[in-house]
Design a protein. Structure first.
Length: 750
């Protein structure tokens, strides 16, 4: 495996974007993040090749203005800011503050963070004839944003966010110390930088400080758009990086507050309270996206309707956000209705719309709909991109249509495969693992290696080029362990550990690898991964403890199972639902019902809501071990919590209740009555056959058999009507998407 096969770090190439110029230097070039967007649009007047331009452009510049323009348009990663300063000085030209600002910004854009720091230290030195201005500090703040965006993995983000946040604090404090007045750009960039560091509270405080300034500085649309972005990102980071131990109630409260703030911003702009700012589709799209992120599809629908009432036409982006939202709530019908609405307005759906529709079909498990959407896209002349291909492959994988996934992948040209990013390869490799097609797995993996080994460094540096990442390697480890090739899996894992400078080994990677070894019965290797995680300073969560608990339980080492559970608690890690479920199952295997029930009650006290899995095996175990009272107690509890169980669970419990020879008639009738009562109170339906047996228990010894029969008939009608309504609903759905549901022969080579 050559060094070119090592994944390079994902460095941000973010530019300093904007809309307005900093007035203080607008007569020169107006450096500042509001006008970099404009300068990036300037076409390079040099018509020479890139190689000639690289060698000649700096020496051809004769004025400081020409140098400033060249610096702003430069994208060569190897450019050294200090060498440019040297060339300027050799020509006898005196750099000004604009030059230093240009060089500072260029260094951040090229991810030369150390060079940026040295550059700022040099021209902010007390003896320097040129001193930083407000623009310089704005660029420093934007540099903090770029740094945060370059931290793509959880571990790097956690380790560095506080350091970068301190850097932001220091920049603002120095501006205050030097009496450099914060302008609108400064406020907006400070808000953006705090948001990227994950501290929404400080970002909101900056916004409040801006309001105190009164007429001096007023929020603009960018301010509000950034705040809304922060409201969404605070949800993402908190839930992504602290998911195992985040208090659910606290998280829900945070989400609710953030959504309320988002709506508050929208209402402020709509009411005209924010002078000079008009609500437009960009603002509405941001608010809609926030609602979708928080899972509030009904609120998103209200805002979508409000957008129409305010005569702001939805754009393709608006529709794609809503379709994405319907995918999250598994509503294929409404997603297709929006596609029909787009077409009725003579708007041609683009690949974003089709991508969201395909993703919705995948989430809903609608294979035929997914294929029809794909064919409709091809008929509209839209060429699939890498996202479309990846979504389709994942969809076929999810729906166990492995051969269709392989057919699609094989239909993609070699050129398109080279231009696809690694996500598509990861999807097809995972499909190979799930289908147990290990020959295909190695074939695709070796082809990927060959592609990487036979291309130049310049090609390899392309963002879109399929460079293997930790997901690629973890998928290969999963494949090797499933087919018993443990040594091959170990080699890949060791390779990752030896190349941690190239790969950010995060919690997900360690959890995945540990789970692979644990499932393969490789206890020593699983424990080694657990220890390696600790050495890498990545905090253990309930996930990896649950993996070890399941491993020990599967091989019958119950004492180690309990030791691991106790160790988790000792280390102040809240056990997850999986952890408790495994321990309860372990106790039930040993016929230790008292201990199992005690753990079940402890789990509920810890605010973990039991799911259908734990209720199913708990009720069945109690039933089959003649603990019918407990079984019925848990059955009633599950109905009250509106948790639907397997039909067999209801049948087993009620059948045992009916045929129990150790229970007198009054007890049996009492329990049956309790179950019927809770079913009625919660409008909860179970199979008609089971329900009828339950009713007959109550009226078996009574003279009022007609009433029993009436109850059974009424329930039967309820089930029948529900079934008919469901079929009618499905027929309406089929009619609504008639144009997409016509039988078509899928041809991926079309």
């Amino acid at each position: 495996m050559t060094t070119t096969f090592i994944n390079e770090a994902n460095n941000s190439n973010s530019t300093i974007s904007s809309c307005l110029a900093d007035i203080s230097i607008s007569l020169v070039f107006g450096i500042g993040y509001y006008i970099f967007k404009q300068f990036n649009k300037i076409n390079d007047v040099n018509s020479h090749s890139k190689k000639e331009e690289k060698n000649c452009k700096w020496t051809k510049a004769e004025t400081i203005q020409q140098f400033n323009q060249l610096i702003m348009s430069n994208t060569e990663k190897s450019t050294d800011a200090f060498k440019i300063l040297g060339i300027i000085q050799k020509k006898g030209i005196i750099p000004d503050v604009v030059t230093f600002n240009c060089l500072l910004d260029m260094s951040f854009k090229l991810d030369h963070f150390e060079a940026a720091k040295r550059l700022f230290d040099e021209f902010s030195d007390f003896g320097s004839p040129i001193q930083p201005d407000a623009v310089s500090y704005n660029i420093l703040l934007k540099g903090c944003v770029i740094k945060m965006k370059s931290l793509s993995d959880q571990n790097s983000w956690t380790l560095n966010k506080h350091l970068i946040e301190q850097e932001i604090d220091s920049i603002l404090a120095e501006m205050k110390k030097k009496s450099i007045e914060m302008n609108l750009v400064t406020y907006n960039t400070a808000i953006d930088s705090y948001i990227e560091s994950g501290n929404f509270t400080k970002a909101w405080n900056i916004y409040n400080d801006m309001l105190i300034q009164g007429s001096n500085v007023k929020p603009d649309l960018f301010t509000f758009a950034t705040l809304i972005k922060g409201l969404k990102s605070s949800y993402n980071k908190e839930n992504t990086y602290t998911s195992e131990n985040t208090d659910i109630n606290l998280s829900n409260k945070l989400n609710k507050n953030n959504l309320e703030r988002t709506i508050e911003i929208l209402n402020k702009i709509k009411s005209g309270e924010c002078e000079g700012i008009l609500n437009d589709e960009i603002l509405y799209n941001s608010v809609l996206d926030t609602c979708i992120k928080f899972g509030e599809i009904s609120k998103a629908e209200e805002i979508f309707e409000d957008m129409r009432l305010n005569k702001i036409p939805p754009t393709i982006i608006t529709y794609s956000i809503m379709i994405k939202g319907y995918g999250y709530v598994y509503n294929m019908e409404k997603a297709l209705n929006l596609k029909n609405e787009i077409e009725s307005k003579n708007i041609k759906p683009n690949n974003i719309i089709y991508g969201c529709l395909l993703n919705c079909a995948v989430r809903c498990g609608k294979l035929d709909t997914m294929i029809n959407i794909y064919q409709s896209m091809r008929e509209d002349g839209i060429r699939p991109n890498r996202i479309i291909y990846t979504t389709l492959i994942k969809g076929f994988n999810k729906m166990k249509q492995f051969e269709k996934a392989f057919e699609l992948f094989d239909s993609i040209s070699d050129d398109d495969k080279i231009n696809c990013n690694i996500s598509m390869y990861n999807a097809i490799l995972d499909c190979c693992v799930e289908s147990k097609n290990f020959k295909k797995l190695n074939e695709i993996y070796n082809k990927l290696k060959s592609i990487n080994e036979n291309h130049s460094d310049a090609e390899y540096a392309s963002d879109n080029y399929p460079k293997p990442n930790v997901i690629t390697y973890s998928t290969m480890i999963k494949g090797h362990t499933r087919c018993g090739q443990i040594e091959e899996a170990k080699k890949i894992y060791e390779f990752l550990k030896m190349n941690q400078n190239y790969f950010a080994l995060d919690e997900i990677l360690f959890n995945t690898v540990c789970d692979c070894f644990a499932r393969a019965g490789q206890k020593e290797l699983a424990i080694e991964v657990f220890e390696d995680m600790k050495k890498a300073n990545i905090k253990h969560t309930a996930i990896i403890y649950s993996i070890l608990i399941k491993m020990y339980s599967s091989c019958g080492e119950y004492h180690k199972c309990l030791q691991t559970f106790d160790m988790m608690i000792k280390n102040n890690i809240k056990p997850s639902l999986v952890s408790y479920t495994t321990i309860i199952q372990m106790y039930l295997k040993q016929k230790k019902f008292s201990e199992a029930i005690a753990k079940f009650e402890e789990m509920k006290r810890n605010n973990l809501k039991p799911d259908h899995v734990i209720y199913n095996f708990l009720i069945n175990n109690c039933t089959f071990n003649k603990k019918i009272e407990k079984a019925i107690e848990f059955l009633i509890e599950s109905i009250r919590e509106n948790i639907k169980l397997n039909d067999d669970t209801y049948g087993n419990c009620i059948e045992y209740l009916i045929n129990n020879k150790f229970m007198n008639s009054s007890q049996r009738i009492g329990y049956a009555s309790d179950i019927l009562k809770i079913l009625k109170e919660n409008n909860f339906s179970i199979k008609y056959e089971i329900y009828s047996k339950l009713v007959k228990v109550i009226y078996k010894n009574n003279t009022n058999e007609n009433e029993a029969e009436k109850n059974i008939i009424n329930y039967s009608e309820k089930i029948k009507n529900g079934y008919n309504n469901y079929n009618s609903f499905n027929n309406d759905k089929r009619n609504a998407r008639e144009n997409l549901q016509k039988p078509r022969k899928h041809n991926f080579n079309k």
